[in-house]
Ligand binder design. Structure first.
Ligand SMILES: Cc1cc2nc3c(=O)[nH]c(=O)nc-3n(C[C@H](O)[C@H](O)[C@H](O)COP(=O)(O)OP(=O)(O)OC[C@H]3O[C@@H](n4cnc5c(N)ncnc54)[C@H](O)[C@@H]3O)c2cc1C
Length: 329
């Protein structure tokens, strides 16, 4: 146990770190509150179709990530969905040169693919509290036995990790606490609509309007992951913040009105599901690609809020950087 790295979170950063550590010959245990791996790379079955309801696509800009994405493409996991999006007006969309990647079988499938290289993933392990016990950490789940960790990597959104440490009475250095407390996320209200009939969205099946309340509308059928039309509609951060706690019926009614102009004649909504992501995208990030806490037994923080890039690329590069640092110990 003393040489094992315990990783909290089976999202992209946690599992890429676990995969890297496995390659370095280091044993890991990954603890995840959910019933499956994926985190914000989230895909679900709905109405007989499939929908991505967290991350929608990703880009690759750094040489390291571009090389990794190429590997995933060669493995048949990832494909280029588009080179740019329509804003929904009649203006022609000009490709901007950056491929937007998506995952065959939905975004979650990429994390499931990484999980194949990781031996010990324990799902349903919902940590409530992390405390310091001499030379090790104690992680207490909602149900079941606590877990001891001599080397700990935390990958939940930073406000969640801080809450778990606060609940266990852990005192971090002022510098570390300040760096973590600075990190901020915007929420996302996301709805999935199962549509009986056709959906009129421009090729390749999505509209992005960054400055408008309803910033993203995409058809998972046109995306190529669903056997029937399931539309994912996401409000931007500002709108999601303002309406985060509104009652479900009123949110769904507003979202349905936004969707209506995109339904073909005779098409109707069969089923709707709303998801409230409290921590969707980091807007204030840490410039360091991971954080190692000072003056305590090995405790590292990684995830999309580290390294200044945010998003999928940031999560992957942060997980890899933290794994390399842990590997050197
Ligand atoms: C609505 C939405 C849209 C997005 N769109 C895009 C996009 O188009 N392009 C893009 O690049 N990125 C997008 N993103 C962001 C992208 O999904 C994330 O940057 C990336 O998936 C983050 O990975 P991560 O491993 O850092 O965090 P996460 O995926 O959040 O992983 C953290 C894991 O920790 C687990 N966890 C948390 N608390 C506990 C606990 N107490 N006990 C045990 N486990 C715990 C969580 O369940 C989760 O699995 C979007 C995200 C959302 C939500």
């Amino acid at each position: 146990m003393k040489n094992t790295v315990v990783i909290v979170g089976a999202g992209l950063s946690g599992l890429i770190a676990a995969q890297k550590l496995a390659k370095l010959g280091i044993r890991t245990i990954v603890l995840e509150q959910g019933e499956d791996v994926g985190g914000r790379m989230a895909t679900c079955r709905i109405g007989g179709g499939l929908a991505d309801y967290g991350c929608q696509f990703f880009t690759a800009r750094s040489p390291e990530f571009i090389a990794l994405v190429e590997k995933w493409r060669n493995a048949g996991m990832v494909f280029v969905w588009s080179h740019g999006w329509s804003d929904g007006s009649l203006k022609r969309t000009l490709p901007d040169g950056h491929p937007r990647y998506a995952v065959r079988g939905g975004m979650q499938a990429l994390v499931q693919y990484l999980a194949r290289d990781v031996d010990d993933i324990r799902t349903g392990f919902n940590i409530q509290r992390i405390s310091l016990r001499g030379d090790h950490w104690l992680l207490e789940p909602e149900m079941g036995e606590p877990m001891v960790a001599y080397h700990l990597l935390l990958t939940p959104p930073a406000p969640v990790s801080l809450r778990l440490l606060d609940a266990g009475g852990v005192t971090l250095s002022d510098e570390d606490r300040t760096a973590l407390a600075r990190i901020q996320y915007i929420p996302s209200l996301t709805a999935m609509f199962v549509v009986d009939g056709a959906v009129n969205l421009p090729e390749p099946g999505a509209i992005q309007r960054k400055d408008e309340d309803f910033a993203w509308i995409a058809d998972n059928y046109s995306k190529g992951i669903s056997s029937r039309h399931v539309v994912t509609l996401q409000a931007n951060g500002r709108y999601s913040q303002q309406h985060f706690d509104d009652d479900e019926a009123s949110i769904i009614a507003t979202f349905t009105d936004v969707l209506k102009p995109y339904l073909a004649k005779g098409a109707a909504v069969q089923e709707v599901q709303l998801v409230r992501w409290r921590y969707a995208l980091p807007v204030v990030t840490s410039p360091e690609s991971y954080l190692k806490a000072q003056d305590v037994p090995p405790l590292y923080f990684a995830g999309d809020a580290f390294g200044g890039r945010g998003r999928v690329e940031g999560a992957v590069l942060s997980g890899l950087a933290a794994a390399r640092a842990l590997g050197q110990r």
